[in-house]
Ligand binder design. Sequence first.
Ligand code: NAD
Length: 234
Amino acid sequence: MTVLVTGGGGFLGSHLVDTLIAQDHRVICLDNFSTGTRQNIHHHEGNSHFRLIEADVCKTPPLEETLDQIYHLACPASPKYYQRFPLETALTAALGTKEMLELAKTRSIPILIGSTSEVYGDPLEHPQKETYWGNVNPFGPRSCYDEGKRFGETLGYIYKTQYNVDVRVARIFNTYGPRMREGDGRVMSTFFSQAKRNEPLTVFGDGTQTRSFCYVDDMVRGLILLIPHSGLPE
Ligand SMILES: NC(=O)c1ccc[n+]([C@@H]2O[C@H](COP(=O)([O-])OP(=O)(O)OC[C@H]3O[C@@H](n4cnc5c(N)ncnc54)[C@H](O)[C@@H]3O)[C@@H](O)[C@H]2O)c1
């Protein structure tokens, strides 16, 4: 199969690329390296099963290849970066997702949209069930990401119901593992950086809060298992 991975130069995307290549698929990685790095994928350079397109997902250049699947992961993901680039983040989540849904529609292929637990905002329910609609502030420092991702999901719903595109959405919770960016402000990166420096771990509040963590290999496995299943409600 030939698989397009947007955001393939990022933390999660690069592990997905590794796994797909190991499974003998051809991978087209599309990334603008705004938050990802070439280093994450440089070991695939020269591999005939790998092609890199350095581009903004909002303005994807025409793709000549036959495509079989799209994993759409391109988007700044840590508060440090999305708060530094709020407009780019909101537009990537909206226009980039529309661009990829159009591609999936034109080619009649399945698409997986990488969403986030942040669609629940500041949740009033713990743990969050998929039936929970969230508690999100549209007018604040996290809105570019939270609302952007919610809008991306809405586009997925529209393309599924109006155009019969084979869409699935993965609401990803905290994922950790190699290639996490140190100092990106996310809790696991902070813990690992502090541990490496032999410093105490910083726990905010009274320490009774709970989080859901997933190792990156398990996340990649889950995404690959999800793509044959379109699970959006009608
Ligand atoms: N890592 C997590 O814990 C986590 C949690 C929830 C959701 N997610 C989602 O998973 C996806 C990947 O997250 P990550 O942790 O690997 O982040 P990351 O920042 O490491 O990867 C995102 C990649 O997308 C690229 N990108 C950003 N904007 C782009 C654009 N306009 N055009 C092309 N490429 C662009 C970046 O350069 C980067 O390589 C994101 O969509 C994120 O919202 C991740």
